[in-house]
Design a protein around this ligand. Sequence first.
Ligand code: SF4
Ligand code: MG
Length: 327
Amino acid sequence: MDRLLEIDDLRVEFRTPDGVASVLNGVSYHVDAGETLAVLGESGSGKSVTAQTVLGILDRPPAVITGGAIRFHGEDLLTASARRQREVRGGGIAMIFQDALSALNPVFTVGFQIEEQLRLRQGMSRRAARARAVELLDLVHIPNAASRVREYPHQFSGGMRQRAMIAMALALDPELLIADEPTTALDVTVQAQIMDLLAEIQAERRMGLVLITHDLGVVAEVADRIAVMYAGRIVEQSDVHTLFRSPAHPYTAALMNSLPRLDQKGQSLTTITGLPPSLLDIPPGCPFHPRCPRAEALCSTTRPPHHEPAPGRFSACHFATEVLQGD
Ligand code: SF4
Ligand code: MG
């Protein structure tokens, strides 16, 4: 087992004019080489902020990292010098986003943008970089890569732009790729193609992949493990098959109940009542208690610790064992 990334008790606050928002409240997860971890949660649960902290691009001015560690190959980035952080991240970690248009520059050709990375960061000649850019576009299944390398982002379809962004991320040969909602803006067929592509590349390169999503359906096929986030915490962590068979946290169970099921046509969807809490005012006790169908008095006063109701499974619920047994 080769542990690539280990996030340990990470804490981030946004100090806003309205007060302090507790955005990450002790997030811990890890990713090994060759493994796909899905980080699942509603918007505002802290999935993207965690990733941005790993990448060192937490650029919102009021954001303050107040605790924890981010270890890459065992080296804590949060205590390393700025120069060392750039070295480690530049050579090892890449990220792709939901919106390829924001990552690609509209005034340069797709090929030029990939080549620039190769020239600047790997010192390749113009000629070698062009050849490699074509190879990379080919690798992400862009047809006629040798001619499309000269096109501009607006000449690509949404799915192709996403592929081009993946090619650009792969140019630096990352050991870890973080994909933040990479398919959310795409239609279902293209979504599936992009997920297949990521899975294929990940397996070939034994890359670690962190897949951030709000869509439980997306993770079922590609993820090895899953971390479910709620209000800036990981509430459940498990391997994906066990989690789908039997969730150990009521929030995960509720997310699963809100999935459309092919075998239950015509049944209405169960959605989770209520909204996630404001991060300026997280409820005491278990932050999920105002929405939880099985909350008891204890839940509104006492924060649940991480239970391990089965080996390798973690659940931040007082009743993890009972939930797991379906009680
Ligand atoms: Fe629900 Fe209580 Fe478990 Fe929180 S600790 S998820 S409120 S049962
Ligand atoms: Mg997000």
